[in-house]
Design a protein around this ligand. Structure first.
Ligand code: SF4
Ligand code: SF4
Length: 635
């Protein structure tokens, strides 16, 4: 049964337990939802006003227009555009949260935080065109925060967001400006999409989609600023050896799972936990406190602290079924509401922390940056208290654990390359691409979905691309899939990389002092950290004097599900990157919208969506695109 649901062996162990205990999981609910509504799958139902809901007959026999007169093209375009806006809102709200924290740190108001990476902050200031000369670090922080917050406030439609102007190639900026899709203000663009897609507004599918693209680029702005400012506050990731999968839970420790996306609280939990080991031991936990990660909060602390990653999105409930999680601490995004109900079947303390993300049945510890240390202590105390109630007879931790080498920020990657060529760190990478030892670069991103066998698409495509000498980067739950399934190890490089790629990864890894090859897949971080891959691509493009749509660079979200993934995929396309989806997007009820996203965008941006649900064929298509790009470059 589980083979059909996931390739993760820990799931195979725990699903029978769930069945025995009568606990429904995400896969049971998926099953109960069958058959899913065909109108929704095609994107042709509209609930934008109360004359509706309206639905278009996909066979052409029934209604072809909603009550107001909107046709399938308009309805599908509006629906998908609103998804882009929602994704942009989620990421940029995360980014705003970090920017506001930086502003308060600069004013000396948040004692739990400091600028941990001053060099990074100065680099950011220079990127944003600020002069750091002779200034104190907190003054620079204040200026960076101010310049960042302008991206949420500017009313000058002619001036793109600072974080976009500062981080893309000149040619890309010109192209996006010519198409009128450069956002000037993240919030305004999200609001504009909601306004233009309401009843009786924009009804031209192409125009609606271009509005959505602008929102997706606002999403990019929110992501890049979230990533960069988080690095300044919490440290820029460097390679770290850690582990992954549910076997990272420990029988003799107070296990605290941090789940969600925003690192503001989880960072402090890591710091405070290091001081509270004695309290955990006094409660009977011989090994003290064990912090583990889930989803992208997990990725954040994995990269910066080497905290092991227990689960990615789809298996978060299974962590509770081990009976060994004492507290599940949720911040924002991708938290399954079912966690509270399942926690109640065990001793687990389910804790929500953000006022805008509560779950009924959970204990809410209101997080405030000003009192972050006290909040973290309160969370850990609740976990220790729960540990005392833990029933050892119900503990069932799968012995599934993989080593994972993570922490490949752009800086870490360039740092490793600089050991080969200190004067010109990108040269070895570019030479390897030009010479063919590296055929191209693929970024794996996005979520897990019950519409696919968990982790399977990621692993299948990655292995085939690696065999064909493609350098692999990963973020978000895609990175979780690679880590859990052992692809972030040097052994994976030795087993799966083509000979020329293996030689490059070995040369870089050994020069960087890792004592062997780089891992097969480089973990770049959480979903907001997709911007790190853009940073690497922009540096290569600038060095070659070309735009991003010339590079042998592809992206794949083979198990995408969230609105955030829709936004990310769309900005990836807008930046000129061919982007694969392994789940059929909810747009196929409109031939026009499908054509815009898979064909017309190619002419406009150079990037386009490719949909292929078979991972083996998807890998072939991605390899084909890489070869096409190489031929166009004459390499
Ligand atoms: S906006 Fe038009 S298509 Fe949508 S629900 Fe209202 S009447 Fe129906
Ligand atoms: S990759 Fe997708 S599922 Fe995973 S945490 Fe990010 S948005 Fe959520």
């Amino acid at each position: 049964m589980s083979l059909h649901q996931s390739i993760d062996p820990s799931i195979e162990e725990l699903l029978p337990l769930a069945k025995k205990e009568g606990i429904a999981t995400v896969w049971d609910r998926h099953q109960a939802m069958q058959p899913q509504c065909g109108f929704g799958q095609l994107g042709i139902c509209c609930r934008i006003c109360w004359k509706g809901p309206c639905r278009i007959d996909p066979f052409g026999e029934g209604p072809q227009r909603g009550i107001c007169g909107a046709d399938a093209d308009t309805i599908v375009a509006r629906n998908v555009s609103r998804m882009m806006a929602a994704g942009a809102a989620a990421h940029s709200e995360h980014g705003r949260h970090i920017a506001l924290a930086l502003q308060q740190v600069a004013e000396g108001n948040y004692p739990s935080y400091r600028v941990k990476d001053e060099a990074k902050l100065k680099g950011i200031a220079r990127t944003l065109g600020l002069d750091c000369e002779g200034k104190e670090i907190l003054d620079i922080a204040a200026e960076v925060a101010r310049r960042t917050l302008e991206d949420f406030q500017s009313q000058d439609h002619g001036k793109p967001c600072n974080w976009i102007s500062a981080t893309l190639t000149e040619k890309r900026l010109e192209k996006l400006a010519a198409l009128h899709v450069l956002p000037h203000n993240i919030d305004a663009v999200v609001a504009q999409i909601m306004a233009r897609t309401t009843v009786g507004c924009d009804a031209d599918a192409t125009n609606v989609i271009l509005g959505g693209v602008k929102g997706a680029l606002a999403d990019y702005a929110g992501m890049v600023l979230a990533t960069e400012l988080s690095d300044a506050l919490f440290g820029t990731p460097q390679p770290v050896v850690t582990s992954s999968n549910l076997g990272v839970l420990e029988e003799d420790a107070v296990n605290i799972a941090v789940n969600g996306h925003n690192p503001l609280l989880s960072e402090v939990i890591c710091d405070v936990a290091a001081q509270m080991g004695a309290e955990a031991k006094a409660a009977g936990a011989k090994e003290g406190i064990n912090i583990v990660g889930i989803c992208c909060t997990g990725n954040e602390v994995m990269l910066r602290h080497g905290v092991p990653l227990a689960a990615n999105y789809l298996s978060q409930e299974l962590a509770l079924l081990t009976g060994a999680v004492d507290a599940m601490v949720a911040d924002v995004q991708c938290i399954m509401p079912s966690l509270a109900e399942i926690s109640a079947c065990f001793h687990t303390q389910m804790i929500t922390t953000m006022d805008e993300n509560k779950i009924s049945g959970a204990t809410h510890v209101p997080f405030r940056e000003a009192t972050a240390t006290e909040n973290a202590r309160q969370v850990i105390e609740l976990a220790i208290e729960a540990f005392r109630r833990r029933n050892p007879k119900r503990v069932s931790i799968p012995r599934v654990k993989q080593t994972a080498v993570a922490g490949f920020s752009a800086e870490a990657l360039v740092g490793a390359l600089s050991k080969l060529d200190p004067e010109d760190p990108l040269k070895p990478l570019i030479d390897s691409i030009a010479g063919g030892a590296i055929q191209g670069i693929a970024l794996f991103a996005g979520c897990n979905s019950t519409q696919a066998v968990q982790d399977s698409n990621f692993v299948t495509i990655a292995k085939k691309l690696a065999r064909n000498n493609v350098l692999l980067l990963a973020t978000g739950c895609g990175a979780g899939a690679m880590a859990k399934n052992g692809l972030m190890t040097r052994e994976a490089t030795e087993s799966y990389a083509g000979e020329p790629l293996r030689a490059v990864l070995t040369a870089v890894g050994e020069a960087a002092g890792l004592g062997g090859p780089l891992p097969l897949v480089l973990h770049m971080g959480s979903c907001v950290d997709n911007s790190r891959a853009v940073g690497v691509a922009v540096a290569i493009a600038n060095k070659l004097g070309v735009d991003l749509d010339s590079l042998p660079l592809v992206a794949s979200a083979p198990e995408a599900m969230s609105e955030k993934a829709v936004a990310i995929g769309t900005w990836s396309v807008a930046l000129g990157i061919p982007t694969h989806l392994g789940i059929v997007p909810q747009v196929t009820g409109s031939r026009a919208v499908t054509d815009i996203l898979t064909e017309k965008t190619r002419g406009l941006f150079g990037g386009y969506f490719m949909v292929e649900t078979n991972p083996d064929l998807a890998a072939d298509r991605l390899l084909g695109v890489i070869q096409e790009r190489r031929r166009a470059l004459g390499i």
